[in-house]
Write a protein that binds this ligand. Structure first.
Ligand code: SAM
Length: 665
């Protein structure tokens, strides 16, 4: 059976306690109740995500934080007699049952109340009783209650329920005249007639349907508003339409001109909303060419492994390949770099470079850290040439990792079992000594030294990355993004004080994480954020998005590439706002001072879609959407309403290819 104790701990700490829930009864109870047992089987892996989830009968289990917040607000105490209206999955009732004496819960869907009852029995929570019925009538036989929690939004507090509150009792319920948005209200009963009300803030709950709530009729989707009734203000899609700068066709040279406003930046980071969309690659290629040709950028650094990108770099700068250079990008996900769009870009970069002196040519570099074995080999090859004694020491130190180099995850598992970082000291020393000898080595060839030191950095950081991979995602994510940032800085430094870089990485790496849920709740930092911190306005962060189309992706890691349809974006997402503006292809300038009204509207967090190499449309909301604040993440946003999958390169050797052609097999 899945052990999610660690995830549960983390959820309580980050999503609940850190947002201000302090009551130790609530935190302890949430630590004790296995939330994964209250969601449908297929969604268990998402049980500890910071979001509500769908349950049977088309209902939802509330976001963990909201459950914690409501129970704390209701001040549930040992000895209490509690009523919950809207038991849903039974999770909130289960949490309260770990604190109170008795919990009565009512659910209008029989299917749900049966499932919730069965869960309580299996968990041995025998102080909870659940029944099917209209909770707006309360549970008179078990009244009075010290606490009443209503977990669905109604137009007002149902009178019978209010009357079942004991003197001194607390009731918490979402109340609102709109069925979509409510205020969370706390009522304390001081005596027979005196009820004090407190507003706890805005929330969104499913409707409370019953005699003293909404009628079922009223909950049917409303008819579209009559065309005659005037809109109160301009809608957000209308504001987007007004602010959108339409973009020319991708093949037109003018496409890249959108980036002229960032020509003075030190680093321009270009995102993508998937790892397999042709338009994102082609747009980034056009923008990058413009930045190189008009604004003096000479570094292209991408979310790819250093040694693989290095073979493309040798081709674009027409440098000699080392004796045993291997073809690049042969490991999963191959289509991410072995595709026709990247090939066309690489050819254009080479054509540009061949007309320039070596030192003026633009290089192509990898920021990622997965190809441990190729990096080890590259460091050894380099030292063999420049310092054979250091090469001997390096062989010994890297020997510790060699058995794991092809499958480094196994090293992580081993380190976890044995509880120590066997290979850490050696790889750290290796990088340090290489850097200490930089003056001696650098004299031989600056590019080769940069290559060797980047590989040594990759080995050091990859050792740590695979070791912490098993401790949860934030730590390894942070290590990886910090590695990317360090590598980018090392390239900039090696190329001199005026060097400028274009970075290609996924939106999740380049959209500033510090002010979104990613940073605030999950403690994840990223490359975009680190660049902003280091370069201030000298870093331009450009995100990309799409509504629908096709995408190259896989079902699972290491599985074959497929072309899947991208589900049209969700109604509550940024993507849908952009889609509803009816623009096919445009840029939104999101910098402060631009389109203030729109910016203010977009600041409010919404869902944003992130498709990686894996795409699971079946569980799209939980696998691919996360709450963000678009204008805080990006300085600009490039939109393609409909997009197409990349075309992977053929797996046969190209006839008549250059000897140095990097996409060989
Ligand atoms: N607290 C629940 C949990 O932890 O899973 C989530 C509750 S869900 C947001 C709201 C529930 O209220 C739905 O399951 C819905 O069917 C139920 N509901 C709505 N009106 C009701 C009523 N009049 N009586 C009982 N249940 C009702």
């Amino acid at each position: 059976m899945l052990d999610l104790t660690h995830e549960r701990e983390r959820m309580v700490e980050r999503q609940v306690a850190r947002r201000g829930v302090k009551n130790s009864y609530v935190l302890e109870a949430m630590r004790a109740v296995p939330r994964e047992r209250f969601v449908p089987e297929g969604l268990r892996e998402f049980a500890y995500e910071d979001t509500p989830l769908p349950i049977e009968a088309g209902q939802t289990i509330s976001q963990p934080y909201i459950v914690g917040l409501m129970i704390e607000a209701a001040d549930v105490r040992p000895g209490d007699n509690v009523l919950e209206v809207g038991a849903g999955s039974g999770y909130a009732a289960a949490v309260m049952s770990r604190i109170a004496d008795r919990v009565y819960a009512i659910e209008r869907h029989d299917e749900l109340s049966r499932l919730a009852g069965a869960r309580m029995r299996r968990l041995g929570y025998d102080n909870v009783q659940i029944r099917t019925g209209d909770g707006t009538q309360g549970w008179p036989e078990a009244a009075p209650f010290d606490v009443i929690l209503v977990a669905a939004g109604g137009p007002a507090i149902p009178q019978p329920v209010k009357e079942q509150l004991d003197i001194g009792g607390r009731l918490v319920m979402p109340v609102g005249t709109s069925q979509r948005e409510q205020r969370l209200v706390k009522v304390t009963r001081h005596d027979a007639t005196h009820f004090e009300e407190e507003d706890l803030g805005g929330v969104t709950f499913v409707p409370l349907i019953g005699e003293h709530g909404w009628s079922e009729e009223a909950c049917r989707p409303a008819e579209p508003r009559s065309l005659k009734s005037p809109a109160p203000t301009r809608s957000t899609p209308e504001l987007i339409r007004a602010a959108a700068e339409p973009l020319p066709e991708l093949d037109e040279p003018a496409f890249g001109a959108l980036s002229d406003r960032f020509g003075e930046a030190r680093v321009v980071l270009l995102g993508e909303a998937s790892h397999g969309t042709s338009e994102f690659y082609r747009a980034r290629a056009a923008i990058t060419r413009r930045l190189i040709e008009r604004h003096g950028f000479t570094i292209v650094a991408v979310e790819a492994d250093w040694p693989d990108a290095a073979s493309l770099d040798r081709y674009v700068r027409d440098r000699r390949a080392p004796d045993h250079a291997e073809p690049a990008f042969r490991r999963f996900p191959t289509w991410m770099w072995r595709n026709t769009d990247v090939e066309a870009f690489i050819e254009s970069l080479r054509a540009w470079n061949l007309n320039r002196r070596l030192e003026e040519r633009t290089g192509f570099y990898g920021l990622d850290l997965y190809n441990l074995s190729a990096s080890i080999r590259a460091v050894l090859d380099y030292l063999d040439k420049v310092d054979p004694e250091a090469a001997r020491v390096a062989r010994e130190r890297y020997g510790c990792l060699t058995p794991w180099a092809k499958e480094p995850q196994a090293y992580g598992r081993m380190a976890l079992t044995h509880g120590y970082a066997q290979c850490e000291a050696g790889v750290v020393k290796m990088l340090r000594e290489l850097m200490e000898n930089r003056l001696q080595y650098f004299g031989t060839d600056g590019d080769q030294f940069l290559d060797a030191s980047a590989n040594a950095r990759l080995v050091k950081n990859a050792e740590a990355y695979y070791r912490v991979m098993y401790y949860g995602s934030a730590k390894s994510w942070n290590l990886r993004d910090t590695h990317m940032f360090e590598t980018l800085c090392a390239i900039l430094e090696a190329k001199g004080p005026n060097a400028k870089a274009v970075v290609w990485a996924h939106n999740s790496h380049i959209g500033d994480a510090s002010k979104t849920e990613m940073g605030l709740v999950r403690e994840e930092l990223n490359l975009g954020q680190l660049c902003r911190e280091r370069f201030g306005k000298g870093a331009a962060l450009i995100g990309f998005g799409t509504h629908s189309g096709t995408v190259a992706c896989a079902d699972n890691w290491d599985e074959p590439m497929q072309v899947k349809r991208v589900t049209p974006s969700r109604p509550d997402s940024y993507e849908r706002l952009a889609h509803d503006s009816h623009g096919n292809r445009f840029l939104l300038d999101l910098r402060e001072g631009m389109h203030e009204e729109l910016r203010r509207r977009l600041l409010e967090p919404r869902l944003e879609r992130f498709i990686g190499v894996i795409y699971r449309p079946e569980t799209e909301r939980w696998s691919h959407y996360s709450a963000c604040s678009l204008p805080q993440q990006f300085d600009a946003y490039v939109w393609f309403d409909e997009t197409t999958a990349v075309t992977p390169l053929p797996t046969t050797v190209r006839q008549g290819a250059e000897e140095t052609y990097p996409f060989g097999l």
